[in-house]
Ligand binder design. Sequence first.
Ligand SMILES: *[C@@H]1O[C@H](CO)[C@@H](O)[C@H](O)[C@H]1NC(C)=O
Length: 150
Amino acid sequence: MRLLFFVTLLGFSCFCNEVFGVHISNLSGSCFRCLCHVAGCDMTRGCSDGYCGPFFISRVYWVDAGKITLPDDDPERQEAFEDCARDYHCSIRIIESYMAKFGKDCNHDGVTDCFDYMMINYHGGRGCSKPLFLTQSGRRWLKSYLECRF
Ligand SMILES: *[C@@H]1O[C@H](CO)[C@@H](O)[C@H](O)[C@H]1NC(C)=O
């Protein structure tokens, strides 16, 4: 009886996440298009060097985001990460969930906006304050970001 109640609760909370999604301030559609642009936004991209899909998502990022999957998939299935991260819409759910946990004002300008989300996608949530111009790939991301934001 107690077990049944627990299982029902678990099922219900998963159902809630699926239906309502998450809303993160300033993580808008145009921000998603820009985050995709800086990462290459290649819709046909598979996985290479541990990064998958149009947003270049790593397995660690996916795990930290809470192992988001395609509808009805099992997060423990071997290819669950790859299949979600290769899919644009599933990737968006990974990023939303990641930013719900790690979203913050990385550059300390007083707002949490798309620039911060871009920094987080580059560095990961924990070390996101490090300036992007310090590395060559970081400078490439900065340049791409300016192309799609302004
Ligand atoms: C979102 O961006 C706007 C405009 O830059 C800013 O005023 C607002 O504080 C931001 N939201 C958060 C949570 O920082």
